[in-house]
Design a protein around this ligand. Structure first.
Ligand code: ATP
Length: 841
């Protein structure tokens, strides 16, 4: 189970911690502050408090307690952090406060100050009741053991997302065009469906886009203008690869960080507080040092410095811890949120999108780029602010302590800064080369590891190692160059930094000697000067990191902003029971990446329910592309495909795909159990249904013969199973959804003869049992000879249609395909006798 990080954000116990810490801080800070005012003598402190005691003082005290508590409560509320340490700190400080209050009460009682005692008790009562009420409200209102981001996900919709993902449906009566269905058909229509092609609406009637075109079309296939027609028409034609949409990375980033606005503000406040408290430290260090060196200075000055030093050190650590926690939490949640939105968007993208971008690049957007983006708001921006405050604050102190010395110091620091920037640029250029060589080396290793079976088969282990070693050697050379540069750079920097200190000392000594500056100021100056150099260098580095993160964010937000052209859900859901009738009418199609090359040309074919139709043809003739069109991975540029009489462009794609089962050449199993593979994305499916699908796909026997049966893990992509077993599992997976149309895309072509026979047998059995419509794409013609109809394709066109025997008799393209495959056994059994042979007989 994932780590429930959200639990830390809301819990009634947290509010207890808030209250305790608020009291604790009051208890901790007020005695320390007062203590330092009275030379840190507790008995004096109590005496003074009793002396000053009055009604007004008591009321002011109550107000102070509540304001402090409110302020601290607000901070903790914003950050919602550090429950346990806060409780420990609170407990200690509460004890301290209690002792102080009791002592005061006793003091007041002894001095006969009855009104004072009562007022003090009243103050305490107000505080306790107020706190209890607050805790009760928090407890009643906000404790829920759920991830706040789940609620927030509804609010944080991806910017520029598509709008069709609603589920509200209502019924429309749609009159189909007479060419597809004579009677009106009742259908449900998703009211928010926005992806209808231009000429098809969700109104009372619709017609197919291409009818006029089909009528006008000359069936002469050898027209050179065919491909041009596909790119110049008017119904959403292929236009090649699209440019990514323009996005404002900062705007998107703010949008996605919005749910954690409180944490970000909290982090910002703690950052300012921690930087300011850190800035105070050198001042008190200098005070202590000069008090030690100056024999005339009183002990009070020294101890006063120590007390403030302790106080500010504690506050600095406290605020730093809170800052780190706030920012880390924002980062973790922001990265997770962006990843969720990105994956959800990727899942909706067109199939074409993945062909164009490659899975590797998209995975890296999801992992490394999302991480880089997350660190922008937190680590980078945080450090930029921190260093800026440190730099400006230190410079301010330097100028306050001695402006002449500060001018000299700043001038030299700027020259030093420019020098380091130039060196930084040089290193970056070298670093880029190292990265290139590293990625080449990784690429070689990655390929060798992922294709280890091939490497082993070709006994090319040493060859792969040699290739890797070469890149590895280049990487070492490049990296050594960088290290060498650093080795030269470091002494130079040290000399300049130490030289600066010596210069400040010499000049400062002259100023002190001539009475322009005190010794304490010089010590403070030296300490503050340390706070100038480092932030200067680090600031520049962080600005570069910020730019890198923004670049990564831009790539991510571009992906999110790019709308898919085809929906994955929404549209018409027919009420009638699906029959598995398929009809393609005048279908023309070219892939968007190759708009001038039509892979389907005027395809007209009708497949009746229960029919087994096979598409055959040479490699690249467009058979698989037709299956992609049926599944609506793409829309044809012209013509239409109708399922059960409805144009698939108006049907809900999710409904359509659930009616269709597909088995491809690559069985594409997940590295999970057999049961989960068969019941893919159906976690609640009963085992009986899984077994039924497995039995239909003729794989139940081999599954139960395995030691762990249906719980057997199949390994990555199903490597622990044989090819035939994998294909039958893929068939069972397809059958699990009880499809009415089964698409088999070279389902048996990667198998050996024995496995092929077992899968083929399973398919034959399935057809005889279910009478399911089947569309088969196959190379090996022996597997389709029993089909009801065979459609022969050539260069995207249908050139012959008929049964095996009819096509053989035609002696055309099918015959030549068979000849090509040298399927002599098939020919000997079924070859019609030629006229010459008959005459000889
Ligand atoms: N995603 C794609 N983008 C661009 N062109 C593609 C894409 N997929 C296939 N093609 C091209 O479309 C044409 C038809 O390919 P298709 O896979 O449909 O043929 P096929 O008849 O099924 O071939 P095979 O029998 O070898 O699988 C080929 O020229 C191929 O290069």
């Amino acid at each position: 189970m994932a780590f429930p990080y959200w639990r830390i954000t809301r819990a009634p116990r947290l509010s207890v911690a808030l209250q305790l810490t608020a009291f604790a801080l009051y208890g901790l800070i007020s005695p320390l502050l007062l203590g330092s005012l009275y030379g840190f003598q507790p008995e004096l402190l109590l005496e003074q408090e009793l002396e000053r005691y009055s009604f007004a003082f008591s009321v002011a005290d109550a107000v102070l307690v509540n304001v402090l508590r409110g302020g601290v409560l607000l901070f903790f509320w914003i950050c919602a952090v550090i429950r346990r340490p806060a409780i420990y700190v609170s407990a200690i400080a509460l004890a301290f406060t209690a002792v102080k209050t009791v002592a005061l009460l006793i003091g007041l009682a002894i001095s006969g100050h009855v009104g004072g005692v009562l007022t003090r008790l009243g103050t305490l009562f107000v505080c306790v009741v107020g706190g209890a009420l607050e805790m009760y409200t928090v407890h009643q209102g906000s404790y829920k053991d759920i991830d706040p981001d789940i609620e927030l996900d509804d609010k944080v919709q991806p910017l520029c997302t598509d709008t069709h993902a609603h589920t509200n449906t209502h019924t429309h009566t749609i009159v189909d065009h007479p060419s597809h269905s004579a009677a009106p058909t009742e259908l449900t229509v998703d009211s928010s469906y926005t992806y209808l092609p231009p000429s098809i609406g969700t109104g009372a009637s619709y017609r197919f886009d291409n009818e006029d075109d089909t009528d006008d079309d000359d069936n002469d296939v050898k027209n050179d203008n065919d491909d041009k027609l596909l790119t110049n028409g008017n119904d959403g034609l292929a236009s090649g690869v699209k440019a990514p949409p323009k996005v404002s990375t900062v705007k998107c980033l703010i949008h996605y960080a919005q749910p954690d606005l409180g944490l970000i503000i909290g982090g910002g406040c703690f950052l300012v507080l921690s930087s300011l408290t850190k800035l105070m430290l050198p001042k008190f260090i200098a005070q202590c040092i000069s008090a030690v060196l100056d024999s005339s200075a009183s002990d009070e000055v020294f101890w006063g410095g120590v007390v403030y030093l302790v106080l500010f050190s504690i506050l600095f650590s406290f605020f730093s811890g809170l800052r780190v926690w706030c920012t880390a939490k924002v980062e973790v949640r922001l990265v997770a949120r962006v990843q969720r939105v990105l994956l959800a968007n990727l899942m909706r993208k067109d199939v074409q999108y993945f062909d164009e971008h490659g899975t590797g690049a998209l995975t890296s957007r999801l992992t490394s780029d999302a991480t880089l983006l997350g660190s922008i708001l937190t680590t980078n921006l945080n450090l930029v602010l921190q260093y800026s405050i440190q730099l400006v604050g230190s410079l301010l102190f330097l100028f306050l302590l001695g402006w002449q010395l500060a001018c000299v110091y700043s001038a030299i620091s700027i020259v030093f800064f420019v020098g380091t920037r130039l060196f930084g640029n040089l290193i970056r250029t070298m670093q880029r080369k190292v990265q290139d060589v590293k990625s080449d080396a990784n690429h070689v290793a990655d390929q060798a590891i992922s294709l280890i079976r091939l490497v082993r088969a070709f006994a090319s282990e040493e060859w792969e190692c040699r290739r890797y070693n070469e890149w590895n050697r280049r990487q070492v050379l490049q990296e050594l160059k960088i290290k060498m540069s650093y080795a030269l750079y470091l002494p130079c920097v040290t000399i300049v930094q130490n030289g600066l200190v010596i210069l400040v000392l010499l000049l400062g000594a002259w100023y002190v000697y001539h009475g322009y500056m005190s010794g304490e100021a010089l010590t403070a100056f030296l300490l503050y000067s340390q706070g100038v150099g480092d932030p200067m260098i680090n600031l520049a580095q962080q600005v570069v990191a910020l730019a890198t993160g923004l670049g990564a964010g831009e790539k991510i937000f571009e992906i999110i902003a790019e709308k898919p052209t085809l929906p994955i859900s929404g549209g018409i859901v027919p009420f009638s029971t699906p029959k598995g009738h398929l009809e393609m009418r005048g279908v023309w199609f070219a892939y968007p990446s190759a708009p001038l090359h039509a892979v389907a040309r005027d395809i007209n074919v009708e497949i009746r329910p229960g029919e087994r139709v096979a598409f055959v043809g040479l490699s690249g003739s467009g058979k698989s592309s037709l299956l992609s069109l049926i599944l609506r991975y793409f829309d044809p540029q012209r013509g239409s495909i109708a399922f059960d009489g409805h144009d698939i462009r108006v049907l809900d794609p999710r409904w359509l795909r659930n009616r269709i089962g597909i088995v491809t050449q690559e069985s594409m199993l997940f590295g999970i159990s057999i049961k989960d593979n068969i019941a893919y994305a159906m976690p609640d499916a009963p085992l009986a249904d899984v077994q039924e699908a497995a039995a239909l796909a003729s794989c139940h026997e081999f599954i139960v013969a395995l030691p762990q049966g249906y719980d057997t893990e199949v390994g990555e992509r199903g490597v622990r199973l044989s090819g035939g077993q994998r294909q039958r599992l893929a068939l069972a997976r397809a059958l699990m959804r009880k499809p009415t149309l089964l698409l088999l895309d070279e389902a048996t072509s990667a198998l050996d003869a024995k496995s092929e026979a077992s899968v083929q047998q399973a398919l034959d059995l399935l057809h005889s049992k279910t009478k399911m419509t089947m569309v088969i794409v196959a190379h090996r013609l022996s597997t389709v000879k029993d089909a009801d109809r065979i459609v022969v394709m050539c260069s995207g066109r249908i050139v012959e249609t008929g049964t095996h025997a009819q096509l053989l008799a035609q002696n055309g393209a099918y015959r030549s395909l068979i000849d090509r495959q040298l399927q002599t056994d098939l020919l000997t059994h079924t070859r019609p006798r030629s006229r010459k042979q008959s005459r000889q007989d």
